[in-house]
Design a protein around this ligand. Structure first.
Ligand code: PLP
Length: 409
């Protein structure tokens, strides 16, 4: 790769470089935020950790029952969710499933959710949240995500005037895809939204990256959404979610949610129609793996050792090669799994296509927006966790080359 910043090369030189790069036949993937194998290895001790002791607090975890999860795992849930233990429900391996069930049960069984239903979607956001809305026929209304979280001025105006709006998606910490953490004022205003909205309004508080700091000593602070909702008298609107997917093993973790007593009774009533209880053996394995909050924090510090160099590499390459804002702008997250690249208007699709031509897979332009519609054709989500550092280095050179070429053209 050129020693000179790519963004300073002439179009002709960039084109020559692009052709040279094509011959490398790269096969690199920056699409999904999957933990790397090394990250997964950190939790391998979970295999056999029970040593055939399956009983916890008088519960034989091998048997049926315990719809709301094993009592002993609730502490882990409360550390992640930042709620009282008594509010926690521990489920299967996916918090996304619990979010889907939450929305589905409201849609099917909440009388105030009849007729047209809309959701506010802070944008850019997590594509799978948007897929749930699409699947269930819920109209999505984008709300720009700004420095401190969703544009609350707009969110408040919308819920006050449009009673079809029954929910908002939030990833409050190290947001997917921007890495933004919501500021205190935004969290307080989100907790108050239920007072402005029509009946049955819910906030889906997806804290998937609650403990995923790059530097354990300097995590982004996040206000206490549960306490603020309680104080605002809107606890029935608050649904909080988290999981160990990016803490232990992504495919076999434990998911958690928390909500008010009323919503808990409603959720469990409907959940009980499809399940006799979650995998409590796996829940107990997680109790043993993370017996204390500090054991969890120590484990997350090991994750940070692996993910921090990758996140830093992405930002360093962008800083080195591209000139902001004429060649794009990018976020500098303190945690989570993603960096968002804001390409100059109208160039994201082209950049993604150019990268594909070099064998570098990027999330399709628009994927971070409801219905896949990024009107400004600008947002590209970069997910550096999975490739090795060497692969990422190469992928980022190729990415910067494609940005420089697309913007030069
Ligand atoms: C914001 C967000 N929520 C939820 C998930 C998925 O969580 P789970 O594995 O618990 O279903 C992800 C995974 O990337 C995510 O980024």
């Amino acid at each position: 790769m050129s020693q000179q910043p790519l963004g300073t090369l002439s179009t002709e030189n960039l084109q020559t470089l692009y052709t040279q790069y094509q011959s490398k036949q790269l096969a690199l993937d920056l699409t999904r935020g999957k933990p790397s194998a090394k990250q997964l290895n950190l939790a391998d001790r979970i295999d056999g950790i029970l040593e055939s002791s399956f009983v916890a607090s008088n519960t034989d975890t091998r048997n049926y029952g315990g719809l709301d999860g094993l009592a002993d795992i609730k502490a882990l849930g409360s550390w992640l969710l930042d709620t009282p233990e008594s509010a926690v429900i521990a489920g299967g391996n996916s918090s996304l499933t619990m979010m889907y069930q939450t929305v589905l049960f409201q849609k099917l069984f909440n009388p105030s959710w009849q007729g047209e239903i809309s959701f506010l979607c802070p944008t850019p956001g997590y594509d799978r949240h948007f897929s749930i809305c699409e699947e269930l026929g819920i109209k999505m209304i984008p709300v720009p995500l700004v420095a401190g979280g969703p544009d609350m001025e707009l969110a408040e105006e919308l819920v006050s005037n449009d009673k079809s709006i029954k929910g908002i998606w939030c990833v409050p910490k190290y947001q997917n895809p921007t890495g933004v953490t919501f500021d205190d004022e935004t969290v307080a205003r989100l907790a108050n939204l239920g007072n402005l909205a029509g009946d049955g309004f819910i906030v889906l508080w997806d804290n998937a990256y609650a403990v995923h700091h790059l530097d354990n000593k300097h995590p982004d602070p996040l206000a206490d959404f549960w306490a603020l909702s309680e104080a605002a008298g809107t606890l029935d609107s608050a649904f909080l979610f988290a999981s160990t997917s990016k803490i232990s093993h992504a495919g076999s973790g434990v998911a958690f949610m928390a909500c008010s007593d009323t919503q808990r009774a409603f959720f469990l009533k409907h959940l009980g129609m499809s399940s006799i209880g979650p995998d409590k053996v796996n829940q107990l394995r997680h109790v043993k793996l993370f017996p204390t909050k500090s054991a969890l924090a120590n484990h997350m510090a090991l994750h940070a050792e692996l993910i921090k160099p990758r996140m830093e590499l992405v930002v360093r390459k962008l800083d080195e090669h591209l000139k902001a804002p004429s060649q794009g702008e990018w976020t500098r997250p303190n945690g989570g799994y993603f960096v968002t690249f804001y390409a100059p208007q109208g160039t994201a699709t082209k950049i993604v296509a150019l990268a594909a031509g070099l064998g570098v897979k990027l999330t399709p332009a628009g994927a971070t927006h409801p219905y896949g519609n990024d009107d400004s054709d600008s947002v590209i989500r970069l997910a550096p966790s999975f490739p090795s550092v060497a692969e990422l280095d190469e992928a980022m050179d190729a990415f910067c080359l494609c940005v420089a070429l697309a913007t030069a053209q």
